[in-house]
Design a protein around this ligand. Sequence first.
Ligand code: GSH
Length: 222
Amino acid sequence: MKLELISFKLCPFAQRAIISLNIQNHDFETTYINPMDPPDWFKEISPNGQVPLLKVDDQVVFESLVITEFIEEISQTSFHPKDAIQRANNRAWIIFSGDILGDMFGVVTGDEKKFNASKVALFTKLAKVESIKGSEKFFNGDEFNMIDAAFAPIFMRLAWINEFTDNALSLAEFKNLNAWSKAILEVETVKNSVVDGLDDVYYSNIEGREGHLSTLLVEEDY
Ligand SMILES: N[C@@H](CCC(=O)N[C@@H](CS)C(=O)NCC(=O)O)C(=O)O
C-alpha cells in the first residue's frame, strides 16, 4: 500500500497525521502544498479542499481524525487504549481538541475583541481538560497514544506563542496540562513532526495576520 500525505507545513491537523504515521511505523511520502492557493491536481482529488489528505494508492482519505483512525486500522500496533470506554472517551476528547484549535485560530488572527473572546473560549476549554486530566505522564498513563498526538500541535503552538510574547497564553494555572504539555513536547516523534524552523514561520505568520496577538510579540531576533 503506497501512502502519500498531502500536507501544509503550518497545518496542525496535518501534524496529527504525521505523528500517527511515524509512531505506527509507516513509510510514506509527504507532499507540501498551500491549501489557500492549491494546485489543480489537488483540487481534482480533494473532496473538501483541505489538508491533510492521505493518498492510499489511487484512493484518498480526508479529515485528520478519520486519517488517524484509518492509520490505526492498517497498523500492526494500536495507538489507542484497549478498554472500550477509555477509547470512546479518548475519541471524544480528540474531537474536543479540534474545537480548541478553532479557538487558537481566533487568538492568532483576531482583532483585540476577537482575541479576547477566543482566549476566554480557549481557556474555558483548557480548564475542562485540566479537570479530567490526571497526573499521569500522558493522557492515559505512560504510553503515548493518539489523544496525545491530537493535543501535540496545540501544545507546540501554545509554547511558541508563550515564547514569542510575554507568556500571553501561559498554562501555569493548569498544573496537569502544563506537565502533560512538557511530556508531549519532549517526544522525538512530536519534535520531528514539523519541518526545521517552523517556529520562525509561525512567528512570521502571527506578524502577517496583523491581529491583536501580533501587537503582543516581543521584538527579538527570530
Ligand atoms: N477538519 C479538518 C480541518 C483541516 C483544515 O482546516 N485544514 C486547513 C489547513 S490547516 C485547510 O486546508 N484550509 C484550507 C481551506 O479550508 O480551504 C481536519 O481535521 O482535517
